[in-house]
Write a protein that binds this ligand. Structure first.
Ligand SMILES: NC(=O)c1ccc[n+]([C@@H]2O[C@H](COP(=O)([O-])OP(=O)(O)OC[C@H]3O[C@@H](n4cnc5c(N)ncnc54)[C@H](OP(=O)(O)O)[C@@H]3O)[C@@H](O)[C@H]2O)c1
Length: 283
């Protein structure tokens, strides 16, 4: 298969390169392909002639999106529309990576693929705009919603927790934001299984299980041998961030499970991540 990957230098993009090494894959980083440049996208996709485009590029900075919602929509919404249009022109299928943050997080139980999105922050709204453009533009698409990605070399939650522990000696973590930490390597493997099947549609692909930010940090510190670091539970309101996060956005991975694609529990993945990349996991 010929596979073009946008966001090829990001956490997921790098893991996809590893997992898809037996295919003909072209990962393009931000500098090689800016997804806000429609002409450049059409040229890159037209020239390579992919069977599938995996669109992993996005502005993932929640704070930056909240501060500049127009920028968020330009990159995550309009950028995705341009990628979808170029796929239509080149007759390529598109896999768009979306997020748990398209949901409000007030359902009280895991979200199904068929549940109505209702984002509560600018990042979520921009990613949902991307979903809508994909659905309106293409017949052959996969929308894959994931959550709380981490991978070696990324400035992700485990890395931030360990840095903050070194710097401050104690941490305050929210208990009222619950989702599923997902190793980007596991997601990349699931995506590889998915694109091998022409089963287009909306998928939830996260690690099994869910936890709060507090519980995730607790596990990270234990695996890093820093269980001595004192943790204080706080609420999002006490944390005082200028954006809201879905309080409970575990995703039920039903559609993928029906195809035999299942991701292991988040605790197992996190443990292997620390065993395989101990020096990269934190600082
Ligand atoms: N990270 C998460 O927790 C999470 C959770 C659920 C879903 N997702 C989704 O999963 C996908 C991959 O996430 P990730 O964790 O791999 O994110 P990431 O590490 O931030 O990678 C995203 C990449 O997109 C690039 N990018 C940003 N703006 C761009 C533009 N205008 N044109 C081209 N590239 C651009 C970034 O490059 P620069 O850094 O150079 O700008 C970065 O390398 C994203 O679509 C994200 O929305 C992420």
């Amino acid at each position: 298969m010929r596979i073009l990957i946008t966001g090829g230098r990001g956490q997921l993009g790098r893991e996809l390169q590893q997992v898809l090494s037996s295919e003909t894959a072209l990962p393009l980083g931000h500098r090689e392909l800016d997804v806000t440049d429609g002409a450049a996208i059409r040229q890159a996709i037209g020239r390579f002639g992919p069977d599938v485009v995996i669109h992993a590029a996005a502005c993932t900075d929640t704070l930056g999106c909240e501060a500049d919602p127009e920028m968020a929509l330009r990159v995550n919404g309009e950028g995705t529309r341009q990628v979808a249009l170029a796929c239509r022109q080149a007759d390529a299928a598109l896999l768009y990576v979306s997020t748990n943050e398209v949901f409000a997080g007030d359902k009280g139980e895991p979200y199904l693929e068929s549940d109505q999105p209702n984002p509560i922050n600018a990042y979520g709204r921009s990613k949902l705009a991307g979903e809508r453009y994909v659905q309106a533009t293409l017949g052959r698409f996969y929308i894959v919603r994931s959550a709380w990605l981490y991978a070696a070399g990324g400035d992700n939650f485990p890395a931030k927790v360990l840095r903050a522990a070194d710097r401050e000696g104690s941490l305050r973590l929210v208990t009222d934001e619950v989702a599923s930490p997902t190793w980007a390597r596991d997601l990349a493997q699931a995506i590889a299984q998915l694109i091998a099947q022409a089963a287009y549609g909306v998928y939830h692909l996260t690690s099994a299980g869910a936890c709060s930010r507090y519980q995730w940090a607790e596990r990270v510190l234990a695996l890093a041998g820093r269980a001595d670091v004192p943790l204080q539970p706080i609420t999002q309101a006490e944390h005082g961030a200028p954006y809201r996060k879905p309080p409970y956005s575990e995703l039920a991975n039903q559609a993928a499970a029906a195809l035999g694609i299942v991701i292991r529990p988040w605790q197992e993945a996190l443990q292997e991540y620390f065993l395989t990349a101990p020096t990269l996991a934190g600082r």
